[in-house]
Design a protein around this ligand. Structure first.
Ligand code: OOG
Ligand code: MG
Length: 255
């Protein structure tokens, strides 16, 4: 096994066993290309166990998230079917290391989308948009990482919940949203916090995934990134997002 595969195995094992590991690059010296190669190899391991690639997640697309985690660059990760938590169902707390949750907006594509595209081209490829929640769960001790660390760890992706799919002709550039835990509002924001317009996140996803040789496919989901800081999750909680016009989505964190 080469070094990239070794680190991919380490992170994949940590994720599947819900076990924390030490940072792999605490000084942040690893070239980003190598960090993405580790991510790719770790997802290949999941796919070889039978998980299906279902899309892409974007990270650090809002200032709130950049400030919370101390990272300034937009990153991306790979989504598999094993990460999907059906809306309204329960996820088992034991499957996570130290999970957090954040409110997002999701796209599902009706056409492939690749390379340098305009916002209008991106919109034309969208089948539907939905309010969504992402469960992030860094595999690193204390949820602490450098940019190469978090890229290698598939951008902390661990679970995602998608609400009702809505017509993308609805103007979703600046929709108010709240995230609630056990009925109490814990975060308030807007979809405009995501790069000024969530379509810009889809434009970036099209460019980055094509550059990695894995262009966005029809049927894939793209998670645009957290609109507010993330909140810690605890067993027994019910978490929901309520988004203006698009509706709501939620899940239970089971003991
Ligand atoms: C990294 C993932 C960032 C987002 O939506 O900005 C992310 C992390 O915060 O652990 O998912
Ligand atoms: Mg996120």
């Amino acid at each position: 096994m080469n070094r990239i595969e070794e680190l991919a195995a380490q992170l994949d094992d940590a994720a599947s066993e819900a076990r924390e590991v030490a940072q792999i690059d605490p000084e942040g010296r690893l070239p980003l290309q190598d960090a993405y190669a580790i991510q790719r190899a770790s997802i290949e391991r999941r796919v070889s166990r039978g998980e299906r690639r279902v899309g892409v997640k974007m990270g650090f697309t809002s200032r709130a998230k950049m400030v919370q985690m101390g990272v300034k660059d937009v990153i991306w990760g790979r989504l598999t079917g094993g990460m999907l938590i059906e809306e309204g169902t329960a996820a088992s707390f034991g499957r996570f290391v130290h999970p957090r949750v954040e409110p997002e907006i999701a796209f599902v594509l009706k056409k492939p989308l690749a390379g340098h595209v305009t916002a209008a081209e991106a919109l034309a490829s969208v089948e539907a948009v939905a309010p969504a929640l992402e469960i992030i769960d860094s595999r690193y001790r204390d949820f602490k990482f450098t940019l190469p660390d978090v890229i290698a760890d598939n951008a902390s992706s661990s679970g995602f919940v998608v609400g009702p799919w809505c017509d993308p002709r609805e103007d979703f550039s600046n929709l108010g949203l709240t995230m609630s835990i056990d009925g109490r509002v814990v975060q308030v924001g807007s979809t405009a916090a995501i790069l000024g317009h969530p379509l810009r996140s889809l434009v970036a996803a099209a460019r980055l995934s094509e550059a990695a040789g894995e262009p966005l496919q029809a049927g894939w989901v793209v998670m645009a990134g957290g609109a507010t800081p993330a909140e810690w999750l605890r067993p027994g909680q019910y978490v929901s997002i309520e988004m203006e016009r698009l509706g709501s989505a939620g899940f239970y964190m089971q003991e």
